[in-house]
Design a protein around this ligand. Structure first.
Ligand SMILES: [Zn+2]
Ligand SMILES: [Zn+2]
Length: 317
C-alpha cells in the first residue's frame, strides 16, 4: 500500500489532467507527519513540541503556485500481485495491478476522487523509477493511504442479502430466528434487510446486536460480505438500494475488483477478523491500518468481466 511501486524508469507516471483546484487542501508531507506524531503519541497527550508541529500544520495548507490545469502526479495507492491474491484477475498475461488516485473529490458527476488502474507484466519491468513523483497537496487527509503491507487471505463471500431471491431471503430470516430460539432469546437482532442512514449507524446496530449476544451469528454480519480492503467478492448495499453497475461500453454487469474500506473490522464482524489479530482488535494497526475514508466509508472499483480494457466504474456506500 502507498508505494513505492514497481514502475519502469522510462515510463511516464500517471498524472491528473482534469482542471480543478490542485494547490489547496493538506500538504501530503503534513498528513504523513501528523500520522507519525499520532502514532508516537498513542496513549498519551502530545508533548509541547508535537503540539507545535500539529498547530503549524493547520496554518499553511496550500501551494499557491499550482495552477488548475497543471498535470499532477497521481498518488500511489496499492500494488497487488496475482500470485498473492488469487482472485485478482486482469488482462491475460498481466500479473501486477497498480492502483493510483487523484486525491481531490472533484472528478466527474459524482465529484469523487479519480482512480487509475495500471496492469502490467512484472517480469517486463527493468530499472525502477526512483524517486517516484508525488503531488504536494491532497484535498482531504483521508484520501491518503498510509504505507503498509497486505497479508492477503482468501475467503468465501455470499451475495448481498437484498439481491437474493425472496424465497432465500425468507429462509435466511427463518434460519436466523431459529438460531435465536435455540439460544432461548426472544429479542431479535437487526434484520438482515434493514438499511441505515450512515455507516456508523449500521456499525452501531451490528455492534449492539453483537454485544447483546456475542456468539450470535447473522447472515449479514458474519457470512455474507467481509469488511476491509479486498479484491473480488460481493458488494454490500447497506446504505442504499442495490444499484447495478454496468459497463458503459458493452453493458456487462461489473463486479467489484477492489473494495476500499474505512476499516478492516467494525466490532460487528469480529468473525471476519484474522485469528492473528483477534487479541488486538482495538489496535489502530488492526482496525484501520490504511487510514483512508472515502464516500460514507466504502468505495469500490468495478471492472468489466468481458474486457478489462473497458473503463472501470466506481460505486460508493
Ligand atoms: Zn484530479
Ligand atoms: Zn465491457
Amino acid at each position: 500500500m502507498a508505494g513505492p511501486l514497481l514502475w519502469p524508469a522510462d515510463e511516464p507516471w500517471p498524472v491528473c489532467t482534469s482542471v480543478h483546484a490542485k494547490g489547496r487542501g493538506h500538504l501530503l508531507a503534513d498528513v504523513r507527519l501528523q500520522r507519525r506524531i499520532q502514532e508516537d503519541a498513542r496513549g498519551r497527550e502530545y508533548t509541547e513540541g508535537e503540539q507545535r508541529l500539529v498547530d503549524g500544520m493547520a496554518r499553511g495548507n496550500h501551494v499557491p503556485g499550482l495552477r488548475e490545469d497543471d498535470p499532477l502526479p497521481m498518488l500511489a495507492v496499492a500494488q497487488l500481485y496475482a500470485r498473492e491474491v488469487p482472485d485478482l484477475v486482469g488482462p491475460v498475461g498481466q500479473d501486477l495491478l497498480q492502483v493510483f488516485w487523484c486525491p481531490f473529490e472533484v472528478h466527474g458527476d459524482g465529484r469523487t476522487i479519480d482512480v487509475v488502474l495500471k496492469w502490467r507484466r512484472s517480469a517486463d519491468v527493468g530499472a525502477v523509477l526512483r524517486p517516484q513523483p508525488e503531488q504536494p497537496v491532497v484535498g482531504r487527509a483521508e484520501c491518503v493511504p498510509t504505507m503498509c503491507v497486505v497479508h492477503p487471505e482468501q475467503i468465501v463471500e455470499h451475495e448481498y442479502v437484498g439481491l437474493l431471491d425472496e424465497g432465500l431471503q425468507e429462509e435466511i430470516d427463518e434460519w436466523e430466528e431459529g438460531l435465536l430460539d435455540e439460544e432461548g432469546e426472544d429479542e431479535q437482532g437487526p434484520s438482515s434487510s434493514a438499511s441505515y442512514g450512515t455507516y456508523e449507524e449500521y456499525a452501531a446496530a451490528m455492534a449492539a446486536a453483537q454485544a447483546e449476544e456475542p456468539e450470535e451469528v447473522g447472515y449479514m454480519s458474519d457470512l455474507s460480505i467481509a469488511p476491509g480492503w479486498k479484491v473480488g467478492g460481493f458488494a454490500s448495499w447497506h446504505l442504499s438500494d442495490p444499484a447495478p453497475v454496468g459497463c458503459q461500453v458493452c453493458g456487462a454487469a461489473m463486479p467489484p475488483l477492489l473494495t476500499v474500506d474505512k476499516w478492516e473490522c467494525d466490532g460487528a464482524s469480529r468473525s471476519w477478523l484474522p485469528i492473528e489479530d483477534r487479541v488486538a482488535d482495538n489496535d489502530p494497526h488492526v482496525r484501520d491500518p490504511v487510514g483512508v475514508y472515502l464516500g460514507r466509508g466504502l468505495m469500490r472499483v468495478h471492472t468489466c468481466p468481458t474486457d478489462p480494457a473497458h473503463p472501470h466504474r466506481l460505486s460508493f456506500q
